[in-house]
Design a protein around this ligand. Structure first.
Ligand SMILES: [Zn+2]
Length: 256
């Protein structure tokens, strides 16, 4: 393709996510045939655990709380039975969350996080003079799970994780390549899906803490990317995200 044609192709396709003009789709959903119980975990926000800090110095715990509350509200409106593990800036510790999840006996568990990937450069100065770091070159979501535990549980995590990635991509969310994860995660066949590959004692606790239901983490976006952070402050992004999660849940529970 010559330069002019290549430029025309980019114009016709529109700028990719997270550019402001990249449109997301709210996937159409059939009414659920059964009452699906789903846990929405706002990642971090245990005492002393804020997670990463993004390009506006926003904390991961605050971001995931907004995302989780928006997701829970929308899934409830769609007929899901939802357990939120945290509804305040500082919530319970992880073992208490796991105990609450096991009491709830969910079909599915999703934990929301954000990534702070790769190298970063000074982006802005926060209110208290702190430098906030940014990196606009690695946007996108990823889905993480663990292959520890009984085979049936691992297969269920795989099915849930792959369905989440498939539906998020169908809705227009951008799949992260994982290039900065290095040896921390093994790449799955499904784009944007990764399996925890840290040395056994360093693996992510939440991913392997329960076998009561399949657990996946979604790194919803890159907290260092100002454009992607801005897109995640739009209600339309939460609408498209929730519909994609609902669609994935229906696919794995009702085999649609
Ligand atoms: Zn996190």
């Amino acid at each position: 393709m010559n330069g002019t044609l290549a430029m025309l192709a980019v114009v016709l396709a529109g700028a990719p996510w997270p550019a402001g003009e990249a449109q997301l789709t709210v996937l159409p959903l059939p009414p659920p045939a059964s009452r699906i119980r789903i846990v929405v975990d706002a990642g971090h926000g245990a005492p002393g655990n804020t997670g990463n800090h993004g390009c506006h110095c926003q904390s991961e715990a605050d971001e995931t709380l907004v995302e989780a509350r928006a997701l829970a509200e929308r899934l409830s409106a769609l007929g899901f039975e939802v357990l939120e593990t945290r509804t305040t800036p500082v919530g319970t510790r992880y073992p208490q969350r796991i105990a609450a999840i096991e009491r709830f006996k969910p079909h599915l568990v999703v934990s929301l996080h954000t990534d702070a990937r790769a190298e970063a450069w000074p982006h802005e100065v926060g209110a208290d003079g702190t430098i906030c770091w940014g990196n606009a070159s690695d946007p996108g979501f990823s889905v993480l799970w663990s292959d520890e535990g009984p085979r049936s549980v691992v297969k269920a995590r795989e099915a849930w994780g792959r369905a989440v990635s498939r539906e998020l991509r169908a809705a227009g969310f951008f799949p992260y390549s994982g290039e900065d994860y290095g040896s921390l995660y093994r790449t799955d066949d499904e784009p944007a899906c990764f399996i925890d590959a840290r040395p056994p004692k360093q693996r992510v606790f939440f991913l392997r803490a329960t076998t009561v239901a399949p657990v996946v983490i979604i790194e919803t976006h890159h907290a260092l990317d100002a454009k992607e952070v801005a897109r995640w402050r739009e209600p339309a992004t939460h609408d498209a995200f929730a519909a994609a999660i609902a669609s994935a849940a229906l696919a794995v529970i009702e085999h649609r």
